[in-house]
Design a binder for this molecule. Sequence first.
Ligand SMILES: NC(=O)c1ccc[n+]([C@@H]2O[C@H](COP(=O)([O-])OP(=O)(O)OC[C@H]3O[C@@H](n4cnc5c(N)ncnc54)[C@H](O)[C@@H]3O)[C@@H](O)[C@H]2O)c1
Ligand SMILES: Cc1cn([C@H]2C[C@H](O)[C@@H](COP(=O)(O)OP(=O)(O)O[C@H]3O[C@H](CO)[C@@H](O)[C@H](O)[C@H]3O)O2)c(=O)[nH]c1=O
Length: 317
Amino acid sequence: MSKHLLITGGAGFIGSNFIDYILKNTTYSITNIDALTYAGHINNMKTFNQHRNYRFIQCDISNGTSLKQVFDCDYEAIINFAAESHVDRSIENAHPFIHTNINGTLNLLNAVLAGKAKKMIQISTDEVYGSLDQDSLPFTEYSQLASNNPYSASKASADLFVRSFHRTYQLPLIITRCSNNYGPKQHLEKFIPKVITNALNDQKIPLYGDGKHVRDWIFVDDHCRAIHTVLEHGDSGEVYNIGGGHEWTNKEVITLILDYLNKDYSLIEYVKDRKGHDRRYGINWGKIHKELGWKPQVSFREGLIKTIEWYKTNYSQ
Ligand SMILES: NC(=O)c1ccc[n+]([C@@H]2O[C@H](COP(=O)([O-])OP(=O)(O)OC[C@H]3O[C@@H](n4cnc5c(N)ncnc54)[C@H](O)[C@@H]3O)[C@@H](O)[C@H]2O)c1
Ligand SMILES: Cc1cn([C@H]2C[C@H](O)[C@@H](COP(=O)(O)OP(=O)(O)O[C@H]3O[C@H](CO)[C@@H](O)[C@H](O)[C@H]3O)O2)c(=O)[nH]c1=O
């Protein structure tokens, strides 16, 4: 019998790419649980729905009673992708972020405490470190937690619960903190998919504030490979930063996409800035490289072309 992983949020962007990756590259069996919120889509699961080592259970991780049904076998690990993930939505209403990102994570930690899984990896974010100045060094695992928006506050809170369960109960728990992902299957509300699909449809592209905010972009396959590395070789109680090493301003990203699609820059529309908008994220991924041998492999240009071509095939009108 192959070892079994419990993946949460596998109908979303990164979770569904991770399931693809694991089923293609390992012999693990997978149970995927997802509440199928607005962000989760059955189409994202099309590529593996019929795989013999895979099953899907619709389940809300913040509902402890519903969660019980999924613990009908021994899990090697829980990998928790499930989350409310969009910053703009968290600024409008933080409650769903508390339900899923904090209560949901706590339910999963209690399941590990009850012996339902051997370990858990919490998929966190570089946003918990707050914002960098232009001249600051990228975030390390020792940077202080300094969340600036409700999404990030909920993820930092979950991270602290994970840390506390490791310290209090000596549970084998690991946290990964990754920078901005891009690639196939990302929801259209996120920046890169929105830029690509608006450009393809000759619609205006909203650029927040002065457009000089910086993100450290990583192709989703590189992130999936990093999580797999942590699953196999990561040390209990550790935090691993994961980054792409590609820092670009939002304006630069838009122009790269418009150039590739041969579209006019007049599509760019400067709009009101996001409240509390973090100026810059940048990740130092030296620890995972030095200790576990991982590094990003996909150049920004290569990843962006793959992503644009995927949206051209799947979304243009
Ligand atoms: N996208 C990024 O750039 C990025 C970077 C670093 C970390 N992360 C983290 O990675 C994880 C996945 O992010 P994503 O971009 O794929 O998000 P996403 O919004 O695309 O997917 C989230 C998935 O979780 C599911 N979900 C939401 N609430 C749930 C609940 N209560 N119970 C069960 N399922 C629920 C949704 O239906 C959806 O399928 C998140 O934890 C996010 O914080 C994302
Ligand atoms: C949606 C949108 C965004 N933006 C800007 C805001 C940000 O500076 C940048 C990227 O925005 P978003 O795609 O919302 O991503 P961001 O806020 O950085 O957060 C992402 O990256 C985080 C990791 O850094 C993840 O934890 C989050 O789940 C993920 O959503 O683009 C625009 O200028 N216009 C837009 O329409």
